[in-house]
Write a protein that binds this ligand. Structure first.
Ligand code: MLT
Length: 323
């Protein structure tokens, strides 16, 4: 009996080992928890291409939308930890969501094997091009004067656009009507069509439209201006120094990956981010490329723990002071 058990165990271990040695043998799904065309999708497609080359199998994007990104992340967190399902999460799904999303079905710090940071994405305050204000101070005055007559777009409770929007409203006293979208890709279309008034969004989504003049930017919420948007003032220059916030996008896998499989995914992302064509695309959209110390699974796990700890009190108090 014991001999049979030992043989069974050894053959199971051999099978896992063999699977890891030959991984990947088929395409890998990268779940993007927002609609195609938005910032999460943009970053996912930028890194999926070189990751496919590094892994020798296609990394296929699957947009699974809803509930501020938590529908897609929940589904990906429950997938088999075999390396064939990964996901693009971010500061919303893996940082802000626990503070705002009731009944979250995953724990950002425990339900995943982090793979690595993909891009930093500064937040920009953008409005429809005809919005009646010339600068951020004037914009805030109009928001406060017109209250719920102003429509603010976001991608669902706990998303980056929602959480950074809640923070903006609590700091300015604005009380707009929130309009939810399945991603800020569709929200941007409505902003360009004057169907919604403003949003706080990740630069990689809105930089081309700001440069093209189809929407306007009042400020970027970083200490320094972005090289890709040199004419957009920082929030400090524009009179709202306390509003400094950047988002980030990162690759995760369901918890429990075999070590070899995880190592291959980490190496593929690392190779992707060392590819000059990849970094060029991230930078020209105003994103930032992870520094050496920010890259890889250990740094990402620490980032998630820091971000959940940071955003939980900030957002809970923001919602209390400005419900
Ligand atoms: C968000 O959190 O606002 C999302 O990143 C929007 C998106 O990617 O569509």
């Amino acid at each position: 009996m014991r001999r049979a058990l030992a043989i069974g165990l050894l053959s199971a271990l051999a099978a896992i080992g063999a699977a890891a040695d030959t991984y990947p043998q088929r395409p890998i799904t990268m779940v993007v928890p927002f609609a195609a065309g938005g910032p999460t999708d943009v970053v996912a497609r930028i890194v999926a291409e070189p990751m496919s080359r590094a892994l020798g199998q296609q990394v296929v994007i699957e947009n699974v939308t809803g509930a501020g990104g938590t529908t897609g992340i929940t589904r990906a967190s429950q997938a088999s930890p075999d390396g064939y399902t990964i996901m693009m999460g971010h500061m919303g799904t893996h940082g802000a969501a626990p503070a705002l999303f009731k009944g979250l079905k995953y724990d950002p710090a425990k339900s995943f094997d982090p793979v690595g940071l993909a891009a930093g994405t500064p937040i920009v305050i953008v409005a429809k091009k005809g919005f009646p204000a010339q600068d951020l101070k004037g914009f805030i005055e109009v928001l406060k004067a017109r209250g719920p007559a102003i429509n603010q777009a976001h991608a669902g409770v706990g998303s980056v656009s929602h959480s950074t929007g809640v923070l903006f409203n609590s700091q300015t006293g604005a009380k707009p009507t929130l309009v939810v979208y399945r991603g800020t890709g569709p929200a941007l279309n409505d902003l360009m069509a004057d169907q919604v008034d403003f949003m706080t969004d990740q630069i990689v989504n809105v930089a081309p439209q700001i440069a093209g003049g189809t929407i306007k930017a009042y400020a970027i919420a970083t200490a320094e201006r972005s090289p890709s948007l040199p004419d957009v003032p920082t929030t400090k220059e524009a009179g709202l120094p306390g509003y400094e916030v950047s988002a980030w996008n990162a690759v995760f896998a369901p918890k429990g990956l075999p070590a070899d499989v995880r190592a291959k995914l980490v190496a593929a992302l690392d190779t992707a981010l060392k590819d000059p064509a990849t970094t060029k695309r991230i930078l020209e959209l105003g994103g930032t490329v992870p520094k050496e110390a920010e890259a890889g699974p250990v740094a990402l796990q620490a980032l998630v723990e820091r971000e959940v700890a940071r955003w939980t009190p900030v957002l809970r108090s923001a919602v209390e002071t400005n419900p």
